[in-house]
Ligand binder design. Structure first.
Ligand code: NAD
Length: 315
């Protein structure tokens, strides 16, 4: 298949492209290499992808509708991962979030419709569950209580996709990712920040006084869920993609310390606006309909990240 993949220079997009290419799909990557975090990391990912046969890349913005339309031509499926992805950053840049995550999402969806492309898989987020407090979160739980504009954007995407499916019968699958981690991970996320601080002997800032719990999902497991969603191409679905386990933040930090061999300096801070105390996915729906089975436990995934981090940054 020829897959049009937005966000191909991003963390999850990079790993998704590699998996699709490895099995012989053609991937057209589309990304504006946004400066939200270090673009040299994105360029490094693109450099790896550009050496794999079947990959082509278009540097473009999903807000540029003609460029997007042109790039999407001839695709069999669209996988839309491009977005502004940080919860905290959405407090400082609300206009950009509305533009890219709402208008940009609409451009992708409407172009899928216009070009009669047979299926869209897109990234949603566990943030749609907001302040529910019910664990584990199931796809049928209420999602009208978001705690950040980012979470609201993702819920809005799900509603738009639902409406387009209803009106135009486009196959749409939304994937609610739960805290994804792994090699080439995002510099604004906990694993990267804690590893970086630990190895550089700086103080890590631990929010929620260290009492938070998270469902951390290894990126290769997420990719398995994405690829299965592309292949199944259900008429309309929403899936949680998590590990189905929740980790205490302080245990997570201990595992980083073990993997680095360094005891980190810690500063405990209160919860940040927009944060939830705990997240945990019920993954039974994805198991049943996608054959989704997370393979990597956090105790194995963290050392893989640390090993990558050390070799990439030569630390
Ligand atoms: N990483 C996680 O834990 C997580 C959790 C839940 C949901 N998600 C969602 O998964 C998707 C991928 O996340 P990620 O962690 O790989 O983030 P990422 O920031 O690494 O990747 C997103 C990519 O989109 C690109 N992009 C941003 N604005 C664009 C624009 N206007 N036009 C074209 N490209 C643009 C960026 O340059 C970046 O390469 C996002 O939609 C994110 O919201 C991620």
């Amino acid at each position: 298949m020829k897959i049009f993949l937005t966000g191909a220079a991003g963390f999850i997009g990079f790993h998704t492209a590699q998996r699709l290419l490895a099995r012989g799909d053609e991937v057209v990557g589309f990304d504006n290499v946004s400066p939200y975090y270090d673009p040299t990391l994105k360029e490094a990912r693109l450099k790896i992808l550009s050496d794999i046969p079947g990959f082509s890349f278009i540097r473009g913005d999903i807000l540029d509708r003609p460029a997007l339309a042109d790039a999407m031509k001839g695709a069999d499926r669209v996988c839309h991962l491009a977005a502004l992805a940080g919860v905290r950053y959405s407090f400082e840049h609300p206009e950009e979030y509305i533009a890219i995550n709402i208008q940009g999402f609409f451009h992708v969806l409407d172009e899928v419709k216009k070009q009669k492309i047979n299926g869209l898989v897109y990234a949603s987020s566990s943030s749609v569950y907001g302040g529910n407090g019910k664990l584990p979160a199931e796809e049928t739980d209420r999602t009208d209580n978001q705690l950040s504009l980012y979470g609201q954007n993702k819920k809005d995407n799900e509603l738009m996709a639902h409406t387009y499916h209803h009106l135009y019968e486009i196959p749409v699958t939304g994937l609610r990712f739960f805290t994804v981690y792994g090699p080439y991970g995002r510099p604004d996320m906990a694993l990267f920040l804690f590893t970086d601080a630990t190895l550089k002997k700086q103080t890590m800032q631990i929010f929620g006084e260290g009492k938070m719990q998270r469902d951390f999902t290894y990126v290769e497991d997420i990719v398995s869920g994405i690829v299965a969603s592309i292949d199944k191409n259900y008429p309309e679905e929403i899936f949680n993609l998590g590990s189905g386990r929740k980790e205490e933040l302080m245990d997570f930090i201990s595992m980083i310390e073990q993997a680095t061999g360094v005891e980190g300096k810690k500063e405990f801070l209160p919860m940040q606006p927009g944060d939830v105390r705990a997240s945990l996915a019920d993954i039974s729906h994805a198991k049943e309909k996608l054959g989704y089975e997370p393979q990597t436990m956090i105790k194995d995934g963290i050392p893989k990240f640390v090993e990558w981090y050390r070799s990439y940054y030569k630390l």
